[in-house]
Design a protein. Structure first.
Length: 105
C-alpha cells in the first residue's frame, strides 16, 4: 500500500501555509479523507492507498480569503497515480496567481 503526505508553502512570504483545507478522492470522486495542513504547512493524508488514480484538492481560495488576500485559483486539484508501494509526497508551492507541484520524496 502507498502512504501520502503534502507540504504547502506560501511562495510570496516564504512561509508554511497552515490551515489549508485538503480532500483526497479516488478516481470515481469518492472522498477518502480530508483535513488541514498543520502549523508547518504539512499533512499526512493517507496510509493505505491501493494502486490507482487519486486527486488531492487544496482549498486555496478559502485559505487566501481567511488571510485577507485575493487569489485567481479558488482551488488547486492535483491528480496522481499510486503504484501501491512506498510513500508519495505531493508538495504545493502557492502564490495568489500561480502554483507549482511536483513528486516529492
Amino acid at each position: 500500500m502507498t502512504s501520502l503526505s503534502t507540504h504547502v508553502l506560501d511562495a510570496v512570504t516564504g512561509t508554511p501555509a497552515s490551515g489549508v483545507g485538503l480532500a483526497v478522492t479516488d478516481a470515481g470522486g469518492a472522498l477518502l479523507t480530508s483535513g488541514r495542513t498543520d502549523a508547518d504547512g504539512r499533512a499526512r493524508l493517507a496510509e493505505d492507498l491501493a494502486p490507482g488514480t487519486y486527486r488531492v484538492r487544496f482549498a486555496t481560495g478559502e485559505w487566501f480569503a481567511a488571510a485577507g488576500r485575493e487569489t485567481f485559483h479558488p482551488e488547486v486539484v492535483v491528480a496522481f497515480t499510486a503504484t501501491g508501494e512506498g510513500h508519495l509526497h505531493v508538495p504545493l508551492l502557492l502564490s495568489p496567481f500561480a502554483y507549482s507541484t511536483y513528486r516529492g520524496s
